[in-house]
Ligand binder design. Structure first.
Ligand code: NAI
Ligand code: MG
Length: 506
């Protein structure tokens, strides 16, 4: 291991995080009230670095989903939110952003304790990203409108005209189901456009990381979102998540998570044919050409896979390097990996935190061991440890075959497979040899190559000389089995809208 993982600190510093953890029972937000699960059952929330229970949250299930959907439907039908002026909805969304910002130190600590991530990741990337979503979609609330449309309809009663237009209407009651890797920003990517559109919603956060979703619920209420418009049901995926996906009075599910769960949600949604948006897994390539600026490309490729301990849907997990610089790049990335400091996320020196839970860590270790058994070379890392067995040392793998599981499947941990590019003609084929199509990066000074590959790679995002550049204004989502539709950007609001056509003879 890079070093034995010593836990020197596992307590939050801010009074806000201390008060939230110790001061009050964590409940679900339903119809503006804080409630326990109907069953009375609860789920443990653990600090993945130590394995210690840091709190419990209600184990919501079907009965609770029913109550939340009823509250959301009532709020929608009464028009308490969608009938507000767009300006008013925008002001409240902006207020949510301000409240998150005012509590950013507390929220970062809570996220680190519950999820494991190094504090700087939450404090400087994830939570600012969540704030950015609310600010951006605050502005979008007033820019939702249809069009007037000239028609070519033949029928024209004498003396009359045809006048046609479209109206954008909120889709209704939305269920948002979100993962544990970057909880607050991925929740915000659903909540902000959904509320901007005027919908009511139920958030089902991941069972491993529900604490900040509850805290976010408090802030959303404080900002002035009316009761019933925003609800939080905590609970397990196969219980609360499944019930929400099946519910006949839910109009849309917006999901981020694994491709396997995305498929289950699609099946569950079939009953009432509710709409489904899916932001799923990836196996994204980082492609380094020989003319790249190596002092940017090497740390860039390392960051692309090790940031947030590799638990990023768009992580650069397949590293393709032009043959003549392959050894140099792999050695450079491995040197960075070997120098990374593992520890508790609350320790300011930590660069690599624990994996979210032991099961995920075991799964990652299984991929590494499977790769080794299949003949791959573990250039560095590959070890599992720490007090709860949740730490994985940053791992660089070489000498792989493209068919190996370690090259094809989403590992969701700090593991990169490095492969040489023999001929530049192979780049599109190699990059696209996967079921996924979420993202890619190309590192080169050659504008013509960058542009050609950006066009040839089948992925929702292609970065050039960078990776993991996110903004609320930039659409993100997948080709192929990486998903349907896009989060972020102006069109994300369309996920939560129906188009109504009005055609009149006047
Ligand atoms: P998951 O996709 O099962 O979990 C995401 C969310 O879906 C959670 O809120 C969970 O409670 C919910 N869920 C689970 N089963 C459900 C069901 N049957 N119906 C409705 N909702 C359900 O992810 P999981 O199992 O925690 O992680 C497994 C793998 O998924 C990871 O190893 C990683 O490869 C991938 N993953 C990918 C993410 C991405 O953004 N691309 C995010 C999280 C996980
Ligand atoms: Mg936890």
């Amino acid at each position: 291991m890079n070093a034995v993982v010593e836990i020197k600190i596992d307590q939050p510093k801010t009074s806000g995080a201390q008060a939230f953890l110790r001061g009050r029972d964590k409940k679900m937000l339903i119809g503006g009230e804080w409630r326990d699960a109907v069953s009375g059952q609860r789920i443990d929330s653990r600090d993945p670095a130590t394995g210690k229970v840091i709190g419990t949250v209600p184990r919501g299930a079907k009965a609770d989903v029913d109550l939340a959907v009823k509250a959301a439907r009532e709020a929608f039908d009464k028009g308490v939110w969608r009938d507000k002026t767009p300006d008013e909805r925008g002001r409240i969304l902006w207020k949510i952003a301000e409240l998150i910002e005012a509590n950013i130190e507390e929220l970062s600590e809570l996220e680190t304790l519950d999820q494991g991530k190094p504090l700087f990741v939450g404090r400087w990337a994830e939570i600012p990203g969540a704030i950015g979503q609310f600010r951006y979609f605050a502005g979008q609330a007033s820019k939702i409108h249809g069009e007037t449309i000239p028609t070519s309809i033949n029928y024209q009663p004498p003396g009359k005209k045809i006048f046609a237009y479209t109206v954008k209407e909120p889709i209704g009651v939305v269920g948002a189901i979100t993962p544990w890797n970057s909880p607050l920003v991925l929740e915000a990517m659903k909540i902000a456009p959904c509320l901007a559109a005027g919908c009511s919603m139920i958030l089902k956060p991941a069972e491993d990381t529900s604490l900040t979703a509850i805290r976010l619920g408090e802030l959303i209420m404080e900002a002035g979102v009316p009761p019933g418009v925003f609800n939080v049901v905590t609970g397990l995926g196969p219980e609360a998540g499944q019930a929400l996906s099946e519910h006949h009075d839910v109009d849309k599910i917006a999901f981020t998570g694994s491709t396997a769960t995305g498929r289950k949600i699609l099946q569950a949604a079939g009953g009432n044919l509710k709409k489904v948006a899916l932001e799923l897994g990836g196996k994204s390539p980082s492609i380094i050409l020989a003319d790249a600026e190596m002092d940017i490309a090497i740390p860039g490729a390392a960051n692309a896979v090790f940031f947030n301990t590799g638990q990023v849907c768009v992580a650069g997990t397949r590293l393709y390097v032009e043959k003549k610089v392959f050894d140099k790049v792999v050695a450079g990335v491995a040197d960075i990996a070997k120098g990374m400091k593992l520890g508790h996320g609350l320790d300011p020196a930590t660069q690599i935190g624990p994996i979210v839970n032991k099961m995920q860590a075991d799964k990652i270790k299984g991929y590494i061991d499977g790769g080794r058994a299949a003949g791959a070379e573990i250039v560095c890392g590959g070890a599992q440890g720490g007090p709860a067995g949740t730490f994985i040392t940053p791992t660089v793998v070489a000498k792989t075959d493209h068919k190996m599981k370690i090259v094809q499947e989403e590992i969701f941990g700090p593991v990169v497979v490095a492969m040489p590019i023999d001929s530049l003609d192979d780049v599109p084929r190699l990059a696209n040899d996967t079921h996924y199509g979420l993202a890619a990066s190309v590192w080169t000074q050659d504008l013509s190559k960058a542009t050609r590959y950006a066009s040839a790679i089948k992925a929702g995002t292609v970065w050039v000389n960078c990776h993991l550049m996110f903004d609320a204004s930039l659409p993100i989502g997948g080709y192929k089995e990486s998903g349907w539709s896009r989060d972020s950007g102006t069109q994300a609001v369309d996920n939560y809208l129906e188009t109504k056509t009005v055609c009149m003879v006047v």
